[in-house]
Design a protein around this ligand. Sequence first.
Ligand code: OSB
Ligand code: MG
Length: 370
Amino acid sequence: MRIERAELRAVELPLVFPFETSFGREDIKAGILVRLFASGLEGWGEAPVSRAPLYNEETVGTAWHVLEEFILPRLLGRELSHPQEFPPLVRHLRRHHMAKAGVEAALWDLHAQANRLPLAQALGGTRDWIEVGVSLGIEPSIDGLLQRVEAFLKRGYRRIKVKIKPGWDVQVVRRIRQVFGSIRLQVDANSAYTLEQAQVLRDLDDYDLLLIEQPLGEDDIVDHAALQAQLRTSICLDESIVTPDDARKAIALGSCRIINIKAARLGGLTAAVATHDLCRDAGITVWCGGLLETGIGRAANIALASLPNFTLPADLSASDRYFHEDVIEPAVTLNNDGTVTVPQSPGLGFQVRVKRVDECTVRKAEFRPR
Ligand code: OSB
Ligand code: MG
């Protein structure tokens, strides 16, 4: 199909409660939505960038710039027969993975619609429902966090992830275990520690965590290998793995036993599936991460998480965990058994509420072949 026209929107959605990690606090979810028009169809994708370069180096501003000046001009007016033809078109552009991933997701949506396939099936997904957990930020007090944990367990979430940083780690995990017993529990440090602080991470070994996510440097795999050798608990890498090849190297070094797969961090769904397959062949556990995406990004994450080697619960919650009002309908809901149903209709499997998207749009532009 020929890509005739593109629309970019920078969006901002207020979060139902602030999300604080070791690198900062977010009150709103920012991002860029990509809408592509081809053969009477429209496809949607999300680049889940933030306003500041805190999780990774990208921002709303950098992604917009690179999309407008470099990525969209490579695509507009071009004839593509499969979304996998897109990554080679932009391979010479270094990094900017979230910007690329937003476009690739819209291409996958178009491709799935054109072939009357649910996106999950187009990607090789096999599950009708996925197990999900909730990711909870740093709170002003441990009691406040315990109340959140209780509320989400009551709603049926199958595992809890809590953000940690020095001073908000062992005592937090100890209290959660005391109050909630043997729930499935994991922690995410977002690079808040150094190898010199390994003792505190070793102390976490007593709490039977599913994993410790990205304890050390955001680009490190060497110190993580040294740390993994000292820990019983599995290290899971997030920030450090930005290409399938990074996964191969981290596995070879023994830097982790688990990998968090995010299509946006890896530059698109194609690279995410490749990383999933590589980890399956290496016997490495993977699960699907999230970046507080709007319903558009989350719909793609649901489809991705339906692939067979995603064996731990995804960081993927119902719409109401993030927003009062999502940009898709129906909203994502949690089943009573702590799962989310994978839609069976073509494409994303959700309707984009363009009116709601309009309300959230803070910048908009349209692009045609030059
Ligand atoms: O490190 O996994 C992370 C959100 C923003 C930035 C980084 C991370 C996260 C999450 C959120 O943990 C998971 C979700 O989307 O529910
Ligand atoms: Mg993480």
